[in-house]
Design a protein. Structure first.
Length: 361
């Protein structure tokens, strides 16, 4: 906006107006501008462009319409067009998903069976320890942990899609290498029990012979990984059965160490390989998946020894253990060195037919 120049009539009028000078004292040229009826009108200089009205700025031009004169001229408003539905294209037979018959569902040995893996972590608390280098050079940690998880789930659970599969909700597994006594142990994390920690002894790793290092590390990891995924009868399962199942998985992952052997002395729940071989006997006697069924039973109920084994396998565990011992004796009798068998023994029928089976190592 152009402001009036000092000394002009407009400026003089403004000063008079603010000083409350009487109307009669104003010059004749200013009386019109100061008229009460035009008190709020501002006299603009001749070269000033008037501001446009708001309607010209903000309201678009609109054409005027004339209302109909009578009801006869009124026409009904046409309805909006109906929405056109999307065309339906049925799936081809190749695209249609069909249920998989139970007989054709993939088995655990099928490489197409995929279990979900938890988040896997590694924590080394002493990188300067010689065993840290031994461990990292012996195994690929990511692959080793994933393989251990897959072995456990494949052996204890039929399939991720099987209705009888109930896998514990383990969300993460952290392998912690640290300086401690013993070999290894598994525990829940401080966050909650769904996050597991496997603590592995660096001094133990340092003591493993170089030629056995990879297999022993994998064997220990597989054993401990079982504890992340097995059921424990709501805390009532005996430790011998817990550890026996863990070593049974290690045994069936082809990771048993050379010093393991079958032994029927003592009690069945001696744990570790002692119980693992007993479970392997039950697996062979009652069919594949027997140990998995025992694990599932440990999910459903508290452990009461007589009821547990009788309901699961039809007889008490003491009888099963006795049968296992007799089987070992029979196997030992069969393992006769053929070099010690003479032709006369065979000719005279001194050997039973069962004794003539091939030697087992």
């Amino acid at each position: 906006m152009v402001l009036p120049a000092p000394g002009s009539d407009l400026m003089l009028w403004a000063s008079c107006f603010t000083s409350r000078i009487p109307y009669t004292a104003l010059p004749a040229t200013l009386k019109l501008a100061a008229s009460p009826s035009l008190r709020f009108r501002m006299v603009l200089p001749s070269n000033t462009t008037p501001a446009p009205t708001p309607s010209a700025l903000f309201l678009p031009a609109m054409s005027s319409t004339t209302a109909p004169s009578s009801s006869e001229d009124t026409q009904p408003t046409p309805a909006p067009p109906a929405a056109t539905p999307l065309p339906f294209r049925p799936k081809s037979p190749a695209q249609e998903q069909q249920p998989i018959p139970a007989a054709h569902r993939p088995r655990p040995s099928d490489p197409n069976v995929k279990f979900d893996l938890p988040k896997l972590r590694l924590e080394i608390r002493d990188l300067n320890h010689p065993a840290a280098v031994h461990f990292l050079s012996a195994v690929n940690t990511s692959h080793a942990l994933a393989t251990a998880v897959t072995s456990v789930l494949t052996l204890l659970y039929e399939s991720p899609s099987c209705p009888t599969t109930h896998i514990p909700p383990t969300r993460s597994v952290t392998l912690i290498l640290r300086d401690m006594g013993g070999v290894a142990y598994t525990t829940g994390s401080d966050l909650d029990d769904d996050h597991k920690e496997i603590h592995f002894s660096l001094p133990y790793i340092a003591g493993i012979a170089a030629e056995r290092r990879t297999d022993e590390i994998m064997g220990v990891l597989t054993h401990e990984m079982v504890h992340c995924y097995q059921w424990n009868a709501r805390g009532s399962c005996p430790g011998g059965l817990i550890e026996g199942i863990a070593d049974w998985v290690r045994l069936n992952s082809q990771l048993s160490p050379p010093h393991w052997k079958r032994d029927s002395s003592g009690n069945w729940d001696g744990g570790y390989q002692h119980t693992a071989y007993f479970l392997e006997y039950l697996e062979g006697r009652f069919g594949k998946g027997t140990v998995g069924k025992l694990n599932e039973k440990l999910r459903k109920q508290h452990y009461r020894e007589k009821e547990f084994w009788t309901e699961a396998l039809g007889r008490p565990v003491e009888q099963l253990w006795k049968d296992y011992g007799e089987k070992l004796k029979d196997d030992e009798a069969v393992l006769v060195n053929k070099d010690d068998i003479s032709d006369d023994d065979v000719r005279l029928g001194r050997l039973r037919a069962a004794d003539e089976v091939p030697l087992q190592e």
